[in-house]
Write a protein that binds this ligand. Structure first.
Ligand SMILES: NC(=O)c1ccc[n+]([C@@H]2O[C@H](COP(=O)([O-])OP(=O)(O)OC[C@H]3O[C@@H](n4cnc5c(N)ncnc54)[C@H](O)[C@@H]3O)[C@@H](O)[C@H]2O)c1
Length: 347
């Protein structure tokens, strides 16, 4: 492996452009070799962030022509599998934005293809596992200092949803983060999911059931309630409160400059995910690059992505039944027991 990996970024929308900027300005050991994006305007704008990168409309062309070591996939979830499968066949490293795929069947196909290789090549972009505050909460849980973790209160709030947002998609694309982070925090797999709909936000598109309340239970009995809102206007917020035997702990409050003025107290809230989790994305990508240089992965695996796809499918079913739906994931293949380095290694 060379000292600088050559990365193709597939999909140059919000997340892809952010990763291109990150690799070109802040990440060491990697260069953007190709921007793969069918929208010519977006491709040109993204390529301007990465001097020397080729622009391709098809990933296969970049694989053939750009001597790739790795790929970051930042297309919508339905278009992840068609990039992952040829990337696996080429044996290059893969950082795939969450969710791995939008259904368990395609996730299973990916697991099968990956297991043809000698070791895992896929890392999934569940970046909360690299966020400083989540890591502090995880350390507190694992230390046992506050006693056992009993419950979690989670809120995941977005200012506004694109017209393409759907009621099921709120689980598959957005609650996906909690479907990964809750079992990771609790150190126990998800066992069931239940979904209820509060009064509808009149600012949401007519066909969208927003907000949603999701109740997750882990095999160890930790209950996590999740409020998922996608049209809450005021800003972007992800908060988590852990309830322990001897206290509570919270992450995700606004920080930075506090102002007491004109009879009020104020702190700026994030407008979107790209600032709230900027540090987490930086660490995620840098550690992925470092691991790739060593022939490893260093974060959530394709198996973790599959577990989220299974839980999301149960969640979408729970939306329609209104009752508790069990989450049955099966056994983790030995292939994924090989310890990756870093944060996803069980404590
Ligand atoms: N980790 C996070 O916090 C986070 C935040 C936002 C989005 N995401 C994930 O990132 C991915 C992209 O989301 P986004 O918000 O950037 O979407 P987006 O719609 O802004 O951008 C997607 C881009 O992919 C391009 N595209 C579509 N099909 C393609 C193909 N076959 N080949 C190449 N390019 C293709 C589109 O033209 C578009 O430019 C999704 O999986 C999403 O869930 C993750």
């Amino acid at each position: 492996m060379t000292k600088e990996i050559r990365v193709a970024v597939v999909g140059a929308g919000l997340m892809g452009a952010d990763h291109i900027r990150r690799i070109s300005t802040r990440t060491t050991g990697a260069v953007v070799a190709a921007v793969v994006e069918p929208d010519a305007g977006r491709a040109a704008a993204a390529a301007a962030l990465a001097p020397g990168a080729s622009v391709r409309a098809r990933f296969e062309d970049a694989l053939d022509l750009d001597s790739l070591d790795a790929v970051i996939i930042a297309t919508p979830a339905a278009f992840h599998e068609p990039v992952i499968l040829p990337a696996l066949q080429a044996g290059i490293a893969i950082l795939c934005e969450k969710p791995l795929t939008d259904d368990p069947e395609s996730a299973l196909r990916i697991l099968e293809a990956e297991q043809q290789l000698s070791r895992p090549h896929i890392q999934v972009g569940f970046m909360r596992r690299f966020d400083a505050e989540y890591l502090e909460l995880k350390a507190l849980i694992d230390s046992g200092d506050a006693g056992a973790l009993l419950a979690l209160h989670c809120a995941h709030r977005n200012p506004s949803a694109p017209p393409s947002a759907t009621t099921a998609g709120m689980i598959v694309d957005s609650v996906a983060h909690e479907l990964d982070i809750v079992p990771w925090l609790a150190g126990s797999p998800l066992a069931s999911v239940e979904v209820r709909f509060p009064r509808r936000n009149s600012l949401a598109a007519k066909n969208l059931r927003d907000p949603q309340l999701i109740l997750l239970e882990t095999e160890s009995g930790v209950l996590a309630d999740v409020e998922m809102s996608v049209n809450i206007q005021f800003g972007y917020q992800v908060r988590t409160e852990g309830v322990f035997e001897r206290g509570v702990a919270e992450i995700g409050r606004p920080s930075g400059l506090a102002q007491w003025r004109s009879g009020s107290y104020a702190r700026a809230e994030h407008a979107n995910f790209d600032t709230r989790f900027a540090g987490a994305y930086d660490v995620e990508v840098q550690r992925w690059v470092n691991a790739t240089l060593l022939g490893r992965t260093d974060g959530p695996s394709a198996w973790d992505g599959y577990l989220v796809a299974v839980a999301a499918e149960a969640g979408v079913l729970a939306q329609t039944t209104g009752s508790r739906v069990e989450i049955k994931s099966g056994h983790k293949p030995a292939f994924y027991e090989l310890p990756p380095t870093g944060v996803s290694t069980p404590a």
